[in-house]
Design a protein around this ligand. Structure first.
Ligand code: SF4
Length: 67
């Protein structure tokens, strides 16, 4: 079964909240005003792709894992 790794360059997150709005099942805002993924390894890419595609500073990547 496929698995995906969610990678975020959090240092460059501007806290716009788009990822949370588009994918609240796996993204949330932290107290410092930046977003984080709830899970970094997921079995289905789901809305994480939407979050990655719409991050205005392109700090989210979704990578298919080989194993
Ligand atoms: S969409 Fe990108 S910049 Fe905006 S909160 Fe999410 S990770 Fe940060």
């Amino acid at each position: 079964m496929a698995r995906f790794r969610i990678v975020q360059n959090r240092k460059k997150c501007i806290g716009c909240g788009f990822c949370v709005a588009l994918c609240h099942t796996n993204w949330y805002m932290e107290k410092d005003g930046k977003a984080s993924p709830k899970k970094r390894i997921v079995r289905a890419i789901g809305c994480n792709k939407l979050a990655a595609d719409n991050c205005p500073v392109q700090v989210i990547s979704v990578i298919r894992m080989l194993k």
